[in-house]
Design a protein around this ligand. Structure first.
Ligand code: COS
Length: 384
C-alpha cells in the first residue's frame, strides 16, 4: 500500500469535508451553468483527485483499488458531474496507458494526467458500435511512421475537455472482430481530429459528451499503446473491468446520498399527524434501500480487494456494475416516491439525481452486457 492507513483515513476525511463544504453547495450552480466552476477544478487538482489510480512514480497517489472505491463513494455523494470531470483520468482515460502502455508512453502522458494538466478520454463507442464494441469501424492504416485514422466516435465522455484520447481503431480491416483492433493515444491538437458540439443529455449537467471525428488524422506510430497491433480490444476490456468497479462505487455513493435525502424528508414531513418516517410503508422503502446499499458496498469492496490481489475480476466487476447501477435506480425511484409531489419538483435534489443516475445502467456496458459477461464467465469456468 503506497500510503499508510492513517494517512489514507485522513485523506478520506479531507474528501468528505470537500464534498460537504464545496461540492454539495455548488450542485445547483453546476446544473444551471452546465459547468464545473474553475475554483473547484483547481481544488480537485490540489487534492490529487486526478491521479488517484496513477502510480506514484508517474506523479499519482497510487491508491489500491480498495482505496480508490472508498474515495469514489465519498465523491459520489455529490452530483455525478463532479466525479465525471476527474474520473476519466482515474479510470478509462488513463488506464489503457497504465495497464498496457510502454514505459515511454507512461512517462510522456501519465504525469500530466495525474496532475490534471490534461484530461484523458476513452473513445470506443461509435454510431454503429455500442454494445457490440468489437464491430467498430474506425480505421488506423499504417503509412510509414504514422497511422492514418478515419472514422467517428460517439458519446465520448469529457471529449470537449480532453487533451488526449485513448482511441480504439481497426489496424487490420481484413479482420472483422476484436483481433483487428488496436489502441492509440491521440493528442487533441492532431490535425484531422475534430470534436463535435457537446450532446444535449437527460441529466448529469456539468458533465459533457461529444462526437470525435477523424479525417486522415496522422498519429505517430509511437502512440500505438504497447507498441503492438491487434491488442486494442483486450486493452479496452481490461480498462472496462476496472472502470466497472469504479462506476459501482459511484452508484453506491450516490445511492447513500439519495437515501439520506429521503430519510431527512421522511423525518420532517408530517401527514396524518406524524412524520411520514413513522409509517411502515415508508419504512419499507427506506429499509429496502439501506439493505441494497449495504449489499452493493460489500460487493464492491470484496471485488476491489480481489483485484488488488491480482486476480481476474471480469465477472465480479460485471456483477457489481449490474447490481449497483440497478440498485441506485431503485433507490432514486423510492426517494422520489417518499418525497411525493415534492420529489417531482426541481428544487429537491432527488429530482436531479433521479435523472442523473439513469446513465449508470447504460455507460461502461449496459446491464444486459453485464449479464452476458457474467454468464459467459460462469460457462467458461464450468468448462475449464
Ligand atoms: N480482459 C481481457 N481480455 C478480454 C476480456 C477482459 N475482460 N474480455 C474479452 N477479452 C478478450 C477475449 O478473451 C477475446 O480474446 P481471444 O480471442 O484471444 O480469446 C477477445 O477479447 C474478444 O472477446 P469476446 O469474444 O468476448 O468479444 P465479443 O465481441 O463477443 O464481446 C463484450 C465482448 C460484449 C463483452 C464487449 O463487446 C463489451 O464489453 N461490450 C460493451 C462495451 C461497453 O462497455 N461500452 C461502453 C462504452 S465505453 S464507456
Amino acid at each position: 500500500m503506497p500510503i499508510d492507513k492513517d494517512a489514507f483515513n485522513e485523506f478520506l476525511e479531507t474528501i468528505r469535508r470537500f464534498v460537504r463544504e464545496r461540492l454539495i453547495p455548488n450542485e445547483e450552480k453546476v446544473a444551471a451553468d452546465d459547468a464545473i466552476p474553475e475554483d473547484i477544478i483547481a481544488d480537485m487538482k490540489s487534492l490529487g483527485l486526478f491521479g488517484l489510480s496513477i502510480p506514484e512514480q508517474y506523479g499519482g497517489l497510487g491508491l489500491s483499488m480498495e482505496e480508490e472505491v472508498q474515495v469514489i463513494y465519498e465523491v459520489a455523494k455529490a452530483s455525478p458531474a463532479f466525479r465525471s470531470y476527474f474520473a476519466t483520468n482515474v479510470g478509462i482515460g488513463s488506464q489503457g496507458i497504465v495497464i498496457d502502455g510502454t514505459e515511454e508512453q507512461k512517462q510522456r502522458y501519465l504525469p500530466r494526467l495525474a496532475s490534471g494538466e490534461i484530461i484523458g478520454s476513452f473513445a470506443l463507442t461509435e454510431p454503429n458500435a455500442g454494445s457490440d464494441a468489437a464491430s467498430l469501424q474506425t480505421t488506423a492504416i499504417r503509412d510509414g511512421d504514422y497511422y492514418v485514422l478515419n472514422g467517428t466516435k460517439r458519446f465520448i465522455t469529457n471529449a470537449p475537455e480532453a487533451g488526449i484520447f485513448t482511441v480504439m481503431a481497426r489496424t487490420d480491416p481484413s479482420k472483422k472482430g476484436a483481433d483487428g483492433v488496436s489502441a492509440f493515444i491521440v493528442e487533441r491538437n492532431t490535425p484531422g481530429l475534430t470534436v463535435g458540439k457537446p450532446d444535449r443529455k437527460m441529466g448529469q449537467r456539468g458533465a459533457h459528451t461529444a462526437d470525435i471525428i477523424f479525417e486522415d488524422c496522422r498519429v505517430p506510430k509511437e502512440n500505438l499503446i504497447g507498441g503492438v497491433e491487434g491488442q486494442g480490444f483486450k486493452t479496452a476490456m481490461k480498462v472496462l473491468d476496472k472502470g466497472r468497479l469504479h462506476i459501482s462505487a459511484a452508484c453506491t455513493g450516490a445511492a447513500e446520498r439519495i437515501l439520506s435525502e429521503a430519510l431527512a424528508y421522511a423525518l420532517e414531513r408530517k401527514q396524518f399527524g406524524k412524520p411520514i418516517a413513522e409509517f411502515q410503508l415508508v419504512q419499507a422503502m427506506l429499509a429496502d434501500s439501506q439493505t441494497e446499499i449495504f449489499a452493493a458496498r460489500s460487493m464492491v469492496l470484496e471485488a476491489a480487494r480481489k483485484r488488488d490481489r491480482g486476480e481476474d475480476i471480469s465477472m465480479e466487476a460485471s456483477c457489481c456494475k449490474l447490481f449497483a447501477s440497478e440498485m441506485v435506480g431503485r433507490v432514486a425511484d423510492r426517494a422520489v416516491q417518499i418525497h411525493g409531489g415534492a420529489g417531482y419538483m426541481a428544487e429537491y435534489p432527488v429530482e436531479r439525481f433521479y435523472r442523473d443516475v439513469r446513465l449508470f445502467r447504460i455507460f461502461e456496458g449496459t446491464s444486459q452486457i453485464q449479464q452476458l459477461v457474467i454468464a459467459r464467465n460462469m460457462i467458461r469456468r464450468a468448462k475449464s
